[in-house]
Design a binder for this molecule. Structure first.
Ligand SMILES: [Zn+2]
Length: 198
């Protein structure tokens, strides 16, 4: 018999929010009683405050993905600091809750950047399954690959700025739920990981 945590998948959406795709993905998640995590860009979130609030109001997690998407490996450390602190404060101001997670752009970081994550109180979250949705841009292929390859306890990388990604979620999410997967936030995912370890 499966334990609850054995059937968990954490969908994560980077680079948004973008009104079209983000709203559609939120609708699909809500219709399927599914949850996810959104790593937003500060410079974009500030342009869409209501949409950014909608993410947390509907029970999803939000994390920072920097202000403007620089590669932290090619950015002066004081700039990395500004990107992290400004996007975190901006989001906390907008949402009225602490922001706990960071996904560095491209998944790239350095020891110095990791030190800043710790100092600011951000836990870095990467992924275990890359859909390459930004490159494929075809809903059927993105969804088909996911349904064929995804494993329990996968952290899935997606981008809520492409209409094809939203369309792919329209296909994949109901089927994953049908297959008995529970789509959870990063907080829920980490909670059960800790339980598993203890
Ligand atoms: Zn990104």
């Amino acid at each position: 018999m499966f334990q609850r945590q054995d059937r968990m998948i954490a969908l994560t959406f980077d680079d948004g929010p973008q009104p079209g795709p983000t709203n559609e993905i939120l609708d699909i998640l809500s219709e399927n009683q599914a949850r996810a995590t959104f790593f937003v860009l500060g410079n974009i979130a500030i342009q869409h405050p209501d949409l950014t609030r909608r993410i947390v109001q509907e029970g999803h997690d939000i994390g920072v993905h920097s202000l403007s998407h620089p590669n932290f490996q090619e950015t002066e450390i004081y700039e990395v600091y500004r990107e992290l602190i400004d996007s975190t404060l901006l989001l906390e101001d907008l949402l009225g809750i602490p922001v706990k997670y960071v996904r560095p752009p491209y998944g790239f970081s350095t020891a110095e950047a990791q030190f800043l994550f710790d100092r600011i109180g951000l836990q870095s979250i990467l992924w275990t399954y890359d859909t390459l949705d930004w490159e494929i841009l075809d809903a059927d292929v993105i969804a088909g690959n996911m349904l064929e390859n995804i494993q329990p306890r996968e952290i899935v990388l997606l981008h809520d700025i492409h209409p094809a990604t939203a369309q792919a979620m329209r296909i994949a999410i109901p089927q994953l739920v049908d297959q008995g997967y529970e789509l959870v936030t990063i907080s829920e995912y980490l909670e059960t990981q800790e339980n598993t370890l203890s």
